[in-house]
Design a protein around this ligand. Sequence first.
Ligand code: NAD
Ligand code: UDP
Ligand code: UDP
Length: 321
Amino acid sequence: MNQFKRKRILVTGGAGFLGSHLCRTLLDQGNEVICADNFYTGTKDNIIPMLYHPQFEVIRHDITIPLYVEVDEIYNLACPASPIHYQFDPVQTTKTSVHGAINMLGLTRRLKAKIFQASTSEVYGDPHVHPQTEEYCGNVNPVGLRACYDEGKRCAETLFFDYYRQFQLPIKVARIFNTYGPHMHPNDGRVISNFIIQALLNRPITIFGDGSQTRSFCYVDDLIRAFVDFMASPNDFPGPVNLGNPEEFTIAELAHLIIELTGTKSMIEYQPLPSDDPTQRCPDIRLAKEKLGWEPQVPLRSGLLKTIEYFEERIRHAALT
Ligand code: NAD
Ligand code: UDP
Ligand code: UDP
């Protein structure tokens, strides 16, 4: 890339699942990347291959505390994303979303930079509209177990849009639906990592409830492409925009597919459904298609095969060390 076009980019949460893939993509495009992470759920393993890259820098930093760096763009991804992790310290989860958003927006304002926010399909709660469009305002229980995450992310969206209206800040708010792939945390309880690890270890596959609840799963490479395209889109398109794969599966279908692809001997074990677990979730991605020309390309089967390969390697490595 021409050195005059090279940007300096801050990625908060850059040592996490999505953040580490994003850092790699931005580096490959010739940019300088600063990864700010407090390593709450992220790991150095995810960023080790980039540590000696001359354009890559890591700062151990909690975004609830102000941050002074000089950058052209900010991707704000810092926040635990899986129910087990965000419910472990719910007060900190809300602080990360809300105080973190204020600090990153203040930084963006001082720098006259551009900022991307990793929001979530959880802003729709347990939706009454299906599939979910961006106009739908959601059905969130403000005092439930998921509220620390859902309401924190909703408040962050409010802050982003008020900075947009009040200070004309260029913002990019993406509502991300369930995403999977290499670098997922093996112990964060998310359904794809759980099922794959259980299958590879021939342990029971734990379906919560009767398995009829639905989710749609986007492969990480498709999602990161959308992040970068969205950031590059005109400033008069702040979002919010849904990013996810609209192919919908029941959790039972997912379990059977992973059993088939791994050839496991695992049996299915039914466990109680956690409270506030949404029964249906599927994005309407017409806006992303229209504004960004984006749609996912990786079918679930191929994405799962790559993810299975990643976890096989991790299990082999853990057995050797
Ligand atoms: P992750 O847990 O792997 O990554 C989050 C990263 O943020 C970790 O590296 C963690 O250490 C860091 N972090 C947490 N709190 C922090 C703080 N206060 N200061 C600095 N760093 C902090 O999760 P992920 O799946 O990579 O998710 C990234 C973002 O995308 C999150 O904001 C999440 O809400 C959003 N998102 C993810 C999904 C998904 O399916 N993966 C879906 C919707 C939204
Ligand atoms: N902030 C930051 N880095 C900066 C500038 C601001 O972390 O480079 C934080 C600062 O702590 C402040 C917050 O961003 O509390 C919001 O800043 P803003 O300028 O929007 O409002 P302020 O509260 O300073 O009036
Ligand atoms: N789930 C499951 N077994 C597991 C983990 C999750 O049946 O071992 C279910 C969970 O109850 C939910 C769905 O799979 O209905 C997706 O869960 P995940 O935690 O991955 O994401 P989210 O609920 O935030 O969409």
